[in-house]
Ligand binder design. Structure first.
Ligand SMILES: Nc1nc2c(c(=O)[nH]1)N[C@H]1C(S)=C(S)[C@@H](COP(=O)(O)O)O[C@H]1N2
Ligand SMILES: [Mo]
Length: 404
């Protein structure tokens, strides 16, 4: 991937607060208090992730990439070469916590809805859970994914259950002049802003219109069970079509405001810096990481009876088609599989490949239903992007097909 000095020496783990052990620290008492089977399952999550992947994937049929520095296994990120399941099992969900992973007591937790509303409201967990519920299956990707060569699996595709946000905001009555809805987490840290140390809560905002979209929910369950601590227990925002950072976990307050919210994760961090225009003389634009981009990756190559099959995934925008180029030759259309009718999930794809022994490259690109083409990493759209966020350019895989 790009190697820019601006990235500094920090590792993905430091940047994203990734924590592989959060599920392991759940105590029995917490499991009982939360009352969900998920908590009990999480408590016995095996520490050797790689070992378990070897058991669920037919690894002997996979021909490994020779340039795959994927961080499979670390911090629960996805190991693409072990990809089997379209829905990511709950215990495999990667977890990001910039301000640590708060353990919230569901019994005393409450959610406030306030700011520019006619009727401020407070909910406890039972009150939230007894509201109308809706399931949303969504691909969630960290905007930093693939910004580093070793950080390629920070994404998951899971089914979230929660209550739609729009009716709740209508009940609260958004006042004239309200333009944004800010979502605050319970997690806090001390930040230095213009030499002043202030206590900040993790927060992100959406415009009123985006917050009112019909698939935006306040989720209390994932894959049918209570949220794991690391994924936002007891309640998180699920906003399909937005990068992970917008999906605020451990929610404590929802606030309607009449100005743009400029908190750290809107306006200072998670900001993409890019020079626009194809001849690099355009405006240096700083944009807040927001909606996801059209994206795809070749996941793995598997030996079949008659040859080889390339498996992959595409996501980020509703997928119209995916194309593969072998050794830099013409793009060939692949067969789309599971997920192709759902705009918010990933779409699995495959292509049979009559590969000859030797070294090859395999690249994919996805095209959205509205015509956006995933760029290559050499495209000005990627090259003129200085920050590591939103690295959605095509991934070039290298592979050596063994002699028969
Ligand atoms: N409260 C809170 N919500 C948060 C974060 C956080 O640090 N605090 N991290 C965000 C980021 S950057 C990502 S990528 C996603 C990751 O969601 P996951 O941990 O369920 O995979 O959570 C988002 N929601
Ligand atoms: Mo993220």
């Amino acid at each position: 991937m790009l190697d820019r000095s601006q990235r500094g020496a920090r590792t993905p783990a430091e940047l994203y607060g990734l924590d592989a052990t959060v599920n392991e620290v759940l105590t029995r008492r917490e499991a009982i208090r939360r009352g969900g089977a998920v908590a009990a399952a999480a408590a016995v999550f095996p520490s050797d992730f790689t070992d378990r992947l070897a058991r669920i994937a037919p690894q002997d049929a996979v021909v490994p990439w020779t340039n795959a520095p994927d961080a499979g296994g670390r911090s629960n990120t996805l190991d693409w070469q072990s990809l089997e399941s379209w829905v990511t099992p709950s215990e495999h969900l990667f977890r990001v916590g910039h301000y640590g992973m708060p353990e919230v007591d569901g019994a005393t937790w409450s959610l406030e809805v306030g700011g520019m509303v006619d009727r401020p409201m407070t909910f406890n967990l039972d009150q939230i859970r007894s509201r109308p519920s809706q399931d949303v299956t969504m691909l969630l990707e960290c905007a930093g994914n693939r910004g580093f060569a070793t950080f390629m699996g920070a994404l998951h595709n899971a089914t979230w259950t929660g209550t739609p946000l729009a009716p709740l905001l209508r009940e609260a009555g958004v006042q004239d002049g309200g333009i944004e809805v800010v979502f605050f987490g319970t997690d806090t840290a001390t930040e230095t802003i213009r030499d002043i140390e202030v206590e900040q809560q993790f927060a992100r905002s959406l415009s009123i219109e985006d917050a009112m979209a019909e698939d935006v929910i306040l989720a209390w369950a994932v894959n049918g069970e209570a949220l794991p601590t690391g994924n936002g227990f007891p309640l998180r925002l699920i906003a399909p079509g937005w990068y992970g950072v917008a999906n605020v976990k451990w929610l404590s307050r929802i606030e309607v405001r009449d100005t743009r919210f400029m908190g750290k994760f809107m306006a200072r961090d998670y900001v993409t810096l890019r020079q626009e225009g194809s001849d690099a003389d355009g405006v240096w634009a700083e944009t807040s990481v927001g909606r996801t981009n059209i994206n795809s990756i070749p996941a793995k190559v598997v030996r079949t009876d008659s040859g080889y099959r390339i498996h992959g995934a595409a996501w980020g925008k509703p997928v119209d088609r995916v194309e593969v180029s072998i050794n830099g030759e013409a793009w060939q259309r692949v067969t789309l599989g599971e997920g192709q009718d759902d705009p918010h999930t990933w779409t699995f794809w495959h292509m049979d490949w009559d590969a000859s022994p030797g070294e090859h490259t395999v690249t994919s690109r996805a095209v959205s239903t509205s015509g956006e083409v995933q760029p290559t990493m050499e495209d000005p759209e990627m090259v003129q992007k200085i920050t590591y966020w939103e690295s959605y350019g095509s991934v070039v895989r290298e592979i050596t097909i063994p002699a028969e």
